[in-house]
Design a binder for this molecule. Structure first.
Ligand SMILES: [Zn+2]
Length: 473
């Protein structure tokens, strides 16, 4: 058997164990920083496989780093396992049905994410153990990707610094190397304090904190005209001050999520929005408290590693779904609106369209496209990517066109379709890691590339100074 075949040799018992682990984590549906049972389960498997496991990494109870092997290159596999609130859904059915409405669910498929990265780490461990090759494989159990940014805390503690390459993936509806950037973000609370008064009898004695929030939001809406195109500024009024219109509201708070293409740009944006808040405070004679609540860096894509992964995917081909899985995907596809289906098809170039037509689930590999442009979302993978060359793929675990963070994702993330896509992602990551272990000079080239892309900029953690994971709210 060749080394590649050894890595791909699917031990059916082990595969069922991984399916079972993914389904159990799906059932736990634990949200950010509360993934106690999910992290515990992964930690248990890694220990049984002979990894040295460090639980509670970077001051987070539900983070872990597991290591096997010796010497260079050091290859990291990044896993996530947090769920989303209010997305409970019955598994493996093609209709919206929540047995316990209002409870959590795996609406981003992170139950599959955490397990596939582990599956790849174990395959590489088996290779290192059986061949005695020099190299280390490390699994990072990263909590709180959905707000909270576990990897930001890990990066702040320099946990990625000695890696030669990091590999990860995300569940989705296509099979492709994601060689693009994402938006950096900063989340921040603006809290205003004025003084209450009878709104009719003595309004002149009141100073309205709610007015300050409203004026701030209006000014930010004007700011939209004068920021880079890709910037996103969203807000939620987290405290309107009260429910009585006959009271001048003395306390009010608004939470902002600011996004821009790069970490330095989002810092600049943050300063501008802070100035607006100060202006609102001055206008309303209220006091202002600014409390940053976290931030993630943009992803720095790596073309060297991206090309390695693309080659692996093209040699391997896409995932293979059986008839039953295809039927289930078809039923899910039927729950999409005509607009959702049309938007899904519009993503494809004329060469890809014929492959997608009439298909409910993707079995093909998308062409490789490298871009420095930002995809319109953020991920804490960005914080790893500033410190170590990082590569990621999307693998099809869902019917074509499935919208993100939806009941359809929850349902499919605990189904045979999800399992098949998960094993495919694990194979791609393991074979990419194998290539890097066998040709460590690729890691050196990838590191050179990262250095060039950063133009001498050092990693600038966007987490507020001294912020502990337990303080995130
Ligand atoms: Zn996700």
């Amino acid at each position: 058997m060749t080394e590649i075949q050894t890595i791909l040799a699917s031990d059916e018992t082990k595969k069922r164990e991984y399916d079972n682990a993914a389904d159990r984590i799906w059932g736990y549906a634990e949200t950010r920083f509360e993934e106690v049972r999910s992290a515990g389960l992964l930690s248990e498997i890694l220990e049984r496989e002979g990894f040295a496991v460090q639980n509670g990494a970077a001051g987070m109870d539900t983070a872990l780093v597991a290591s096997f092997g010796q010497g260079a290159p050091v290859i990291g596999l990044l896993g996530e396992y947090d769920a989303l609130t209010n997305l409970n859904q019955t598994a493996g059915v093609a209709e919206k049905s929540a047995p316990e409405p209002g409870t959590n669910g795996h609406g981003c498929g992170h139950n599959l994410l955490g397990v596939a990265s582990l599956e790849a780490a174990v395959a590489l461990k088996d290779y290192l153990a059986s061949t005695g090759t020099s190299g280390t494989v490390r699994y990072y159990g990263c909590p709180a990707e959905e707000g909270g940014g576990g990897k930001c805390f890990m990066a702040r503690e320099h946990l990625f610094d000695d890696l030669d390459a990091a590999i990860t993936w995300h569940p989705g509806d296509l099979n492709q190397v994601v060689a693009a950037s994402t938006l950096a973000n900063i989340e921040v609370y603006f809290s205003f304090t004025g003084s209450s008064a009878h709104a009719a009898a003595s309004p002149h004695l009141g100073r309205s904190a709610l007015d300050a929030v409203e004026l701030m939001n209006v000014a930010v809406n004007f700011l939209r005209e004068h920021v880079p195109q890709e910037v996103r500024m969203h807000y939620a009024v987290t405290n309107p001050g009260g429910l009585s219109p006959n009271v001048v509201q003395a306390k009010a708070e608004v939470l902002y999520l600011l996004r821009a293409p790069t970490a330095p740009q989002v810092r600049e944006l943050f300063e501008r929005v802070c100035n607006i808040a100060k202006g609102a405070s001055l206008m309303t004679e209220t006091t202002l408290e600014i409390t940053p609540n976290g931030g993630t860096a943009n992803v720095v894509p790596n073309d060297t590693l991206g090309r390695v992964m693309q080659q692996v995917m093209e040699e391997l081909g896409g995932p293979k779904f059986d008839e039953e899985e295809k039927n289930f995907a078809r039923q899910i596809e039927e729950t999409l609106t005509p607009e959702q289906r049309a938007a899904s098809m519009r993503r494809f170039s004329p060469e890809i369209t014929p492959k997608a037509q009439g298909k409910a689930v993707s079995e093909w590999v998308m062409p490789y496209v490298f871009t420095n442009a930002s995809l319109p979302f953020s991920t804490d993978v960005g914080d790893a990517s500033w410190n170590v060359p990082t590569v990621q793929l999307m693998a099809a675990t869902q019917a074509l066109g499935t919208p993100g963070h939806s009941w359809q994702v929850v349902s499919q993330s605990c189904s045979a379709v999800g399992h098949t896509g998960m094993h495919y992602a694990a194979q791609v990551m393991a074979l990419t890691g194998l290539r890097l272990l066998q040709e460590p000079e690729l890691c050196e080239k990838a590191k050179e590339e990262l250095k060039e892309r950063l133009h001498g900029m050092a990693y600038d953690c966007l987490l507020p100074e001294g912020l502990e994971p337990s303080a995130i709210h």
